[in-house]
Design a protein around this ligand. Structure first.
Ligand SMILES: Cc1cc2nc3c(=O)[nH]c(=O)nc-3n(C[C@H](O)[C@H](O)[C@H](O)COP(=O)(O)OP(=O)(O)OC[C@H]3O[C@@H](n4cnc5c(N)ncnc54)[C@H](O)[C@@H]3O)c2cc1C
Length: 246
């Protein structure tokens, strides 16, 4: 499947936050869809005489069947946004993939992971949750901290799932970093401010940590600069920038 293009059928579209829809998709002939958590697919969307190519991270852990889901954020005036916010069950979307190396290594030697995502850039980490569970179970000294960056509490994509995962695992910490507003009164896992500043306050140590960054390119550049200044080698900063390809 990873070579050529194929069709995916829309099975549903659910609004997850005021600015994000989750689109459920399946291979029409029910073949299993094989991917590694953290990978993305590229949609080939006809737009007039043009074909737009837009990539989206797979937002659900592998289910062993032909179904996947994508979390699509609303970009004002966005061309793919307009198409994808209007899809209906039964529509078909041309796709290629899965692609990408933004994945957890099963042999990851670092005991400490920081997973940072802004907006829909949190989707790959949702897909990785079963793998994170196994990572933590292998050694009691391991820790994973997940930082979600959004503007307001309403925009906390998959926040309830990360909270529930954290509540059951003391070695997993979830922090929702909100740049414009926090709940009143603030909830224990909420932080006011940008995700990169909350990460800097946590003082990740290059001696034992690997940092994953996904989403807004400006956040990724700023966080990379902060981490390099703390002594992180680039190889321990894994990045996926959400930028349009044409
Ligand atoms: C590997 C990869 C994975 C991705 N995964 C996801 C995903 O899981 N979910 C998701 O929603 N998007 C994801 N993206 C981004 C996605 O591919 C599109 O870029 C995005 O949906 C905007 O496309 P558009 O055609 O609607 O906007 P465009 O028509 O391309 O852009 C319209 C305007 O908005 C600006 N713009 C473009 N993207 C953004 C943005 N993200 N935020 C603010 N302004 C923007 C552009 O510069 C332009 O001025 C991913 C990108 C990559 C490269």
């Amino acid at each position: 499947m990873s070579g050529g293009q194929f069709d995916l059928e829309v099975v549903g579209s659910t609004r997850r936050t005021p600015r994000v829809v989750e689109i459920g998709l399946r291979l029409p002939d029910d073949r299993p869809f094989t991917y590694v958590p953290g990978q993305f697919i590229t949609l080939h969307l006809p737009d007039g005489a043009e074909e737009l190519r837009r990539s989206y991270s797979i937002a659900v852990a592998p289910r062993g069947d032909g179904t996947i889901a994508l979390a699509v954020g609303e970009v004002p005036e966005g061309r793919a946004t307009r198409i994808l916010f209007g899809v209906r069950p039964g529509d078909r979307l041309r796709a290629s993939g899965p692609f990408g190396r933004f994945v957890l290594r099963d042999d990851e030697p670092a005991p400490r992971l920081y997973l940072v995502g802004t907006g829909t850039g949190i989707a790959p980490y949702r897909t990785m949750l079963p793998q994170i569970d196994r990572f933590l179970a292998r050694d009691a000294a391991r820790r994973v901290t997940l930082l979600l960056g959004v503007r307001t509490p309403e925009e906390r994509l998959y926040g309830d799932e990360f909270r529930a995962f954290a509540a059951a695992r003391p070695a997993f910490v979830f922090l929702s970093c909100q740049s414009r507003a926090v709940s009143e009164p603030p909830e224990p896992d909420e932080r006011r401010g940008y995700v990169q500043h909350v990460l800097a306050d946590l003082a990740p140590d290059p001696a034992d940590a690997v940092v994953y960054l996904c989403g807004n390119p400006a956040m990724i550049d700023e966080t990379t600069a902060l981490l390099k200044a703390r002594g992180f080698p680039l190889v321990n900063i894994r990045r996926e920038k959400y930028v349009s390809s044409n």
